[in-house]
Design a protein around this ligand. Structure first.
Ligand code: ZN
Length: 177
């Protein structure tokens, strides 16, 4: 998978363009729609969808703008529904698959930071949103956050992340497992 990181907004959120075989998805377009749109053109693949790892403003801020420009659907976990007020959204659940070119990403619900937080697991890559960072994990003191849930999610992640997998978090640098 070909992955381009774009750092956007005040909280320096990682927006990712993830492409394969002429298609791409946009993960967490948190802000700076213009900058993201420019990078999408430069990437040179057909955008298929926008995936939001969770509902926090720094991950979703430019989503509607990008969705309208590109005419692509926005997808987020169904447990984040009450926080989302875009005119049109599609909902994901545990076990759903996102196909991008030749790649398949599995939707994994990782509560802890938010109830409907999700990770996208592919072959040797995983996008972890605000669940797992290079030097730690996401806050659990925000609404619907839970340190018990976070501990369980991190335990689960340890088993899912195989050696050699590259982790692409919602903020900061990537890490190789
Ligand atoms: Zn967050």
């Amino acid at each position: 998978m070909n992955i381009k990181k774009i750092i956007v907004g005040e909280l320096e959120t990682n927006c990712y363009l993830a492409g394969s075989a002429g298609e791409l998805i946009i993960i967490d377009p948190g802000d700076e729609a213009e900058k993201i749109a420019t990078e999408i053109v430069r990437f040179g693949a057909t955008p298929r969808s926008i995936i939001l790892t969770h509902h926090h403003f720094d991950h979703i801020g430019a989503a509607w703008d990008i969705a309208e420009r590109l005419k692509v659907p926005i997808l987020i976990h169904e447990k984040e529904k009450k926080y989302i007020d875009f005119p049109e959204v599609n909902y994901l659940k545990e076990g759903d698959e996102i196909k991008v070119g030749d790649e398949v990403l599995q939707v994994i619900n990782m509560p802890g930071h938010t109830l409907g937080g999700l990770c996208l697991l592919g072959e040797k890559i995983i996008f972890t949103g605000d669940t797992l960072f290079k030097d730690g994990y996401g806050r659990t003191d925000l609404p619907e956050g839970s340190s018990d849930d976070m501990n369980k999610s991190l335990e689960r992640l340890k088993k899912l992340i195989k050696p050699g997998t590259i982790v692409f978090p919602g903020h900061g640098e990537s890490l190789k497992n």
